[in-house]
Design a binder for this molecule. Structure first.
Ligand SMILES: C[S@@+](CC[C@H](N)C(=O)[O-])C[C@H]1O[C@@H](n2cnc3c(N)ncnc32)[C@H](O)[C@@H]1O
Length: 300
């Protein structure tokens, strides 16, 4: 990603959650705090009912004004909602089983710690993110006066620092405590080696029974001829803004890939399954996204 600018995609995914929370019903995932965290100009526009095209224009504004944004349903990029909903359901289950640590990898503008007071009684939460994006978020949190004694921030660039080394810098992290990790909207931006290195780190820094939820792209999304024209446009746009998507996985061999790293793949939700769980019967245009999967795996 761009080394000098907070992640654009972290801000745009928060915009999608904010928009959904403000305007859609029933809610798939109600991130009612997302709106407060996004930059003021975006918040003002989110509070008005915007069409997809208008949202494209917002995302076209400000520091991104010289980029071209593909038209289309940016605001209805529903993997953002389904993956967060799925993850927080898993965290609730994990907390019931006594898990005490939640590590959010590539947290972006995640608001879990401020939105989930009951779960926060039990959990220590660690937000890991690229240093530049985390700095942007810390600045915004300071402006809002939001802090939480059980929320810890650990800047790590996954391309430069190993998660074991990075997380060990936090004195609050207990490597012997069963933990749950989420890694949402990040794997596609890393190389296969970087993804495997971070997953391997989880097995080294969290005991057996710990778990990870992550979403990933079907590798077909990157293969010309197998990828849709919309996906090609999205990939091109992300390349232009300096946050290129690089890596996907073959859903049918993911279990084997993860087993080699020390995980057991427990769930591997395909777009039809995501559609059935979260979008079935909706009439507002929200649907599961082609090529986007959600995986849940445990440390063996
Ligand atoms: C699409 S955003 C997702 C943010 C958040 N998880 C969500 O679902 O809204 C991608 C996130 O990955 C982080 N990221 C991308 N490359 C990274 C890297 N090399 N090291 C650490 N974080 C990275 C970005 O800073 C950003 O927060």
């Amino acid at each position: 990603m761009n080394e000098t600018k907070a992640s654009f995609t972290a801000i745009s995914t928060a915009c999608k959650r904010a928009y959904h929370s403000l305007h859609d019903n029933p809610k798939i995932f109600d991130d009612y705090l997302a709106c407060r965290l996004i930059p003021d100009d975006m918040r003002v526009r989110m509070e008005h009912h915007l069409t997809d095209k208008e949202v494209d224009e917002i995302e076209h504004a400000g520091s991104y004004s010289n980029q071209t944004i593909p038209t289309g349903s940016l605001v209805k990029a529903t993997i953002v909602l389904s993956r967060s909903r799925y993850t927080e359901d898993k965290i609730e289950e994990a907390a019931k089983q006594g898990v005490k640590q939640y590590v959010i990898l590539g947290a972006g503008l995640d608001t879990f710690a401020f939105r989930q007071p009951i779960l926060m009684k039990q959990l220590e939460v660690f937000e890991i993110d690229h240093p530049v994006t985390q700095e942007f978020k810390l600045h915004r949190l300071a402006e809002l006066g939001w802090k939480h004694p059980k929320l810890h921030f650990v800047p790590i660039d996954f391309t430069k620092e190993n998660l074991v080394v990075g997380l060990t810098r936090s004195s609050a992290y207990d490597r012997n405590a069963k933990s749950i990790f989420s890694w949402l909207g990040v794997t596609a931006y890393l190389t296969r080696e970087e993804i495997f290195a971070t997953l391997t780190s989880i097995t080294k820094i969290a005991p057996v029974g710990s778990a990870v939820v992550f979403d990933y792209m079907d590798s077909n999304a990157f293969i010309p001829g197998k990828s849709s024209p919309e996906m090609q446009k999205k990939l091109e746009f992300l390349r232009k803004i300096g946050e290129p998507m690089r890596t996907g996985f073959n859903p049918s061999t993911l279990a084997e890939d993860l087993a080699n790293l020390g995980f057991r793949l427990k769930e591997n939700l395909s777009p039809p399954e995501i559609e059935r769980r979260y979008f079935q019967g909706r009439t507002d245009g929200y649907h599961a996204q082609r090529y986007e999967y959600i995986a849940y795996a445990t440390v063996e």
